[in-house]
Design a protein around this ligand. Sequence first.
Ligand code: DX5
Ligand code: ZN
Length: 215
Amino acid sequence: MIEIAFSILAADPLNVERDVTRLLDAGADLLHLDIMDGHFVPNISFGPGMVKALDARFPPVRKDVHLMISDPGRYLSGFIDAGADEITIHLEIEQDVPALLKAIRGAGRKAGLSIKPGTELARIFPYLSMCDLILLMTVEPGFGGQKIIASALDRLGQLRAAGFSGVLSVDGGVTGENCFGLTRLGATRLVMGTAAVQAEDPRALFAGCRGAHPR
Ligand code: DX5
Ligand code: ZN
């Protein structure tokens, strides 16, 4: 079953509710919230307040929070209290990754680990059993609207070969043209921002991405 996660970074900042409503109505399964601290990545986005507002407005919709921040431990409880359902941290942080993943699961949330395109894939292997989700970055994190880094796609098969059987999410540059290849390679979740917002007919886009794998 293929999940489509709408990345609200691509939404019109003055019309987030409108864009989220439109894409949920078109069949997006959950919301992907990119939290950026201007330190781990060279951009600043939004914080727990956005999670809380979306949780209040769209309570049944799962919030998949992607922490592109250097000190996730400091803010974890804030995102949990705000209503995050899934919390993904980055492998590259200088903190205790196993302890953080354990704390996320301990709070009853799904724990995710993300890896940047330039990070050696083998570095994530020791943590696979601690994660419910692996977030494979197919762009350098920090900005939406980038082109997919095709060399990252081999990693999907490598993660499956390494025994990871959880949610395999692809994040960055996912479009109607490349989504089919991604799911064929083993992706089970597609994070889409720009392509979703710009789609004339997002329902058709999402259905196409699910093509061989109906919802
Ligand atoms: C980039 C973010 C992505 C991004 C989605 O750092 O993690 O989630 O918003 O990108 P596009 O717009 O390419 O789908
Ligand atoms: Zn993301």
